[in-house]
Design a protein around this ligand. Structure first.
Ligand SMILES: Nc1ncnc2c1ncn2[C@@H]1O[C@H](COP(=O)(O)OP(=O)(O)OP(=O)(O)O)[C@@H](O)[C@H]1O
Ligand SMILES: [Mg+2]
Length: 452
């Protein structure tokens, strides 16, 4: 059988070329050719294919999914209760956010529980890794460490050691000798990830791949990496704030959008197991431009303060800037305030909106809080102490109900809030003792009532 060879494959139409070309000769796409290892076609000459037999679903053994707890509670929570042997987990995050710190802590916790862990550090020397381990209090740990970037050598090390857990930090620096392109290129990342994933499935070890995120927020290297793995975790936070949030955006073994919260200290990452008050300011008097909402992240309600600032725009287009909030969502909500509530002066205002601590608030349930924060800033009028708002805002200005309202209200009550604006909703329980729930159908009514 002939061996696999490298070819340049167009990512648009699949055409193959022997040499790199700037433009695909078949479909004309620019910059679409990527070097790949191409297996020769087997049985293409009409030889009989291998006989494969399907299994009866009911008879497929299921003991395989027994989970292993890593010992880092918040990490286990995001994974859906621990890691599954043989599963592959991609951990993405911006440079310097703390990916290596997180995974070395996980490695330390696993090693302390008697697991064999191999930590492949492609970016840092053994000495650097040791220094970090000392800082994290893991200097006496039994973690096996390898500082190498050559795929073939790493695969050999994994075959010999047979570790229960392998951590590769990061996949972008690993290279295979089979390809000529530079490490970090799409072809290299895909080929290396593919080989490691196959090995993990064969050897039933859990594999963690660290991946860098580009400025645009995508995992550098291709989206295809996300497709190859079982679970995708993002580690994020404002570099200036000590809080870090780990969230899963894909999980073949558990719920997604579960959230883990950590605090970065000089001794490493501390788990924050009760984060609901973390993203609130400790101001006692209400200030204009602030409103609290409850975002339900996974199974955990999180109270988040939204802060808005409006200020007359100078020359040119007014600016719209956000931290933690989607800027396109902000544009839509501003249009609703202008057209449906009649706050036309917003068109000439710079608008800045941020969530406290920079935590990402992606749920539409935060809309009403964002809208109220902007209106409050524009009118220079604070809402009452203890107010919060939960609801999705439609383009006509109607307020739509959100899921799990009662759970959110209970959490807000527990933290000390006592008046909440929500959507009018029939046949729905929302009685929480000590919490005044004000129902409204339209944003106009809420703005009028909250900023009266
Ligand atoms: N000696 C130190 N003392 C205190 N904090 C430190 C020290 N070294 C690093 N840190 C903290 O750890 C963070 C870097 O963590 P880490 O190296 O785990 O990030 P990373 O996401 O792996 O980065 P990279 O993308 O460069 O691999 C720094 O931003 C800093 O806050
Ligand atoms: Mg790192």
């Amino acid at each position: 059988m002939s061996k696999a060879k490298t070819l340049y494959v167009c990512q648009q139409c699949g055409a193959q070329a022997l040499r790199w070309e700037g433009r695909c000769s078949r479909c004309g796409a620019w910059n679409a050719l990527v070097e790949e290892l191409v297996e020769p076609v087997i049985n293409g000459d009409g030889a009989p294919a291998e006989v494969v037999t399907p299994s009866v679903l009911a008879e497929v053994p299921t003991d395989e999914t027994a989970r292993v707890r890593t010992g880092v509670g918040e990490f286990d929570r995001v994974l859906g209760g621990g890691m599954v042997p043989g599963s592959v987990i991609l951990v993405g995050g911006e440079p310097g956010i703390g990916k290596s710190t997180l995974l070395l802590s996980v490695a330390g916790a696993l090693a302390a529980a008697g697991e064999t862990v191999l930590y492949v550090s492609g970016e840092e020397s053994l000495r650097q890794t040791k220094l970090r381990a000392m800082r994290l209090g893991l200097s006496a740990s039994t973690i096996q460490v390898l500082a190498h970037t050559q795929l073939e050598a790493i695969v050999e090390a994994i075959r010999r050691l047979k570790p229960q857990t392998v951590i590769v930090d990061s996949i972008q620096v690993i290279e295979t000798g089979a390809l000529h392109s530079a490490p970090g290129s799409i072809g290299q990342v895909r080929a290396c990830a593919h080989a490691l994933v196959r090995l993990a499935k064969e050897s039933r070890s859990a594999l963690f791949l660290v991946g860098h995120v580009t400025k645009e927020g995508f995992l550098a290297g291709p989206k295809v990496l996300e497709h190859l793995v079982d679970t995708v975790l993002y580690f994020e936070g404002e570099p200036t704030s000590g809080f870090r949030v780990l969230r899963s955006t894909k999980n073949r073994f558990g719920a997604t959008y579960e959230l883990g919260v950590f605090h970065m200290t000089t001794e490493g990452l501390e788990e924050v197991s009760n984060p609901s008050e973390l993203f609130l300011s400790d101001r006692t008097d209400p200030a204009p431009g602030c409103m609290v909402t409850v975002s339900l992240e996974g199974s955990r309600p999180l109270l988040v303060e939204i802060q808005a600032l409006t200020s007359p725009a100078g020359m040119g287009l007014p600016r719209r800037r956000t931290t933690g909030v989607d800027v396109n969502r902000l544009s839509a909500l501003l249009a609703v305030l202008e057209r449906r509530v009649g706050l036309r002066q917003l068109a000439q205002q710079d608008v800045f909106v941020s969530s406290l601590g920079g935590v990402r608030v992606l749920e539409p349930a935060a809309d009403l809080g964002i809208v109220l924060a902007i209106a409050s800033s524009l009118k220079e009028h604070p809402t009452e102490r203890g107010d919060l708002a939960i609801g999705e805002v439609g383009l006509t200005g109607e307020i739509r109900p959100v899921a799990n309202l009662l759970q959110r209200l209970h959490e807000a009550k527990r933290v000390g809030f006592h008046r909440c604006f929500v959507a009018a909703q029939r046949d729905h329980r929302r009685d929480v003792e000590g919490m005044q729930v004000i129902e409204a159908r339209h944003v106009r009514d809420v703005v009028a009532q909250a900023l009266a």
